[in-house]
Design a binder for this molecule. Structure first.
Ligand code: EPZ
Length: 419
């Protein structure tokens, strides 16, 4: 197991280029299955999760090759489908994103049910409901989804709740269906829009992505794509909060400031100086932070994926505030670890009441999930003394070389193997 050793109290200063988005790259890589040809994706982040889905695509016979850092070629010309095994799907739930493409291209798919994860049960009933509406026969056998359909047919599907990967999965499935599919109450996330743009570049006919109603007119076949993965708005937000919590001055480039607007507003309310240009955003702090209430919501609301990181910041605010998590039922596990660092947080169901303290104290803490880990790293950057963050494999799922990037910006942080 690996851990980070952090000595706090050093303001982060300088410039960082945003990486490619984890949550945009996963469906983009899965979409290669839909094409009887070669695709090229670039600005693909080098993460455990992207490597997991590349491994999964390899199981189906997709020939993947890293042509240069972040540039991946994916040859799906001669694949015949396959099984998405429990070990891979359990390691990375977003593997469920191969279900729609496999079904669309081959008329059958055998994909392990993802199971739950640390932050919640995370069912996929909406994915399966939509595929059934499109004519797929779905059976669950020994923890696997067995899906079959001679030819998917277009359907009008209304999601009972907005689901990001549900929207992506069904959008991909519908591209090769017979007729028109309409997805109502679709997710608005930028990653959905990026996927729709990519599918249209492959020859699909997707319209309305980024609005609650997405329409997909089925076509006979799709060609490979050549596309860049957009910037990771959650990594950008995490770095913005790192500047705020250390009283530093960071400028993050090659990003889309609009996509972190909800966070930028909250940081301004908290007294940070936020400025932005067409493709960069800058956050300056002076060490003092005002308390700000936050309620997570689907895009363009405050992202649930930045809630843990924002909580770390609020533990040092000059007063009390309330954070409400509306998306996942168990996304406050970082609170108990922050409390080991002298934070004062009271959890009441989906609401966290935070009373700011003057200082956090370095301690040994354990990461439980991806964004909780980021929260603990941020707290360690601001804490007095030394913090050890254990189980950093969670971090490596969603952040590319985080400790190296933070060190380049002035942090005293290094990775160690836990003996
Ligand atoms: C995506 O997860 C992201 N992951 C998550 O990021 C993100 O937190 C989430 O969207 C919300 O923005 C990827 O894109 C790979 P949902 P996803 O389906 O699609 C419930 C990170 O840290 N639901 O939008 O799985 C579900 O339980 C990760 O990068 C159903 O009930 O999330 C949740 O409560 C964490 N039935 C809510 O909807 C379904 O069929 C939103 O889930 C599907 C979802």
């Amino acid at each position: 197991m690996e851990r980070f050793r952090i000595r706090g109290g050093r303001p982060l200063r300088g410039e960082a280029e945003a990486s490619g988005s984890k949550n945009a790259s996963l469906p983009i890589l899965a979409a290669a299955i839909l094409a009887g040809g070669v695709s090229h994706a670039w600005r693909v982040p080098d993460l455990r999760d992207t490597n997991t889905i590349l491994g999964l695509l390899g199981e189906f016979g997709v020939k993947t090759r890293e042509e240069s850092p972040g540039r991946i070629s994916l040859d799906a010309t001669n694949i015949t489908g396959g099984v998405a095994p429990y070990e891979l799907v359990q390691a990375m739930r977003a593997s469920i994103l191969v279900l729609g493409p496999l079904l669309a291209r081959f008329g059958s798919a055998r994909v392990s049910l993802p199971g739950g994860c640390a932050i919640g049960a995370r069912p996929i009933d909406q994915h399966l409901k939509g595929l059934s509406a499109m004519g797929a026969e779905i059976q669950i056998e020994q923890g696997y989804i067995e899906a079959r359909s001679r030819k998917l047919t277009g359907a009008r599907i209304s999601f009972d709740l907005t689901t990001v990967t549900g929207t992506k999965n069904l959008m991909m499935a519908a591209t090769l269906a017979k007729g028109v599919t309409v997805l109502e109450n679709a997710a608005l996330e930028p990653e959905v829009v990026a996927l729709a743009d990519l599918l249209n570049r492959m020859g699909a006919r997707v319209s309305g992505a980024g609005t609650p109603v997405v329409e997909i007119e089925g076509v006979d076949s799709l060609a490979g794509y050549d596309a860049a993965v957009p910037a990771d708005r959650i990594e950008v937000g995490t770095l913005m909060i790192a500047a705020a919590i250390t009283g530093g001055d960071l400028r993050i480039t090659d990003c889309e400031p609009e996509q972190v607007h909800a966070l930028a507003l909250k940081l301004s309310e908290a007294g940070l100086e936020v400025s932005e240009g067409a493709d960069w955003i800058r956050v300056r702090g002076d060490g003092s932070v005002r308390p700000v209430n936050v309620k997570t919501a689907p895009y363009p609301g405050f992202p649930t994926d930045l809630q843990a990181q924002f909580m770390a910041l609020m533990t040092l605010a000059g007063g009390t505030c309330v954070l409400t998590e509306t998306i996942f039922e168990n996304r406050f596990m970082h609170a108990a670890e922050l409390a080991r660092m002298n934070a004062r947080i009271h959890i009441d169901g989906r609401t966290a009441h935070i009373e700011g303290v003057a200082h956090l104290a370095g301690a040994s803490v354990t990461a439980t999930d991806l964004r909780a880990s980021a929260s603990l790293v941020l707290a360690g950057l601001a804490a007095d003394g030394e913090t050890i963050v254990r189980n950093v494999y969670h971090i490596d799922r969603g952040y590319q070389r985080l400790e190296e990037r933070l060190r380049e910006l002035g942090a005293d942080i290094r990775r160690e193997v836990e003996s």
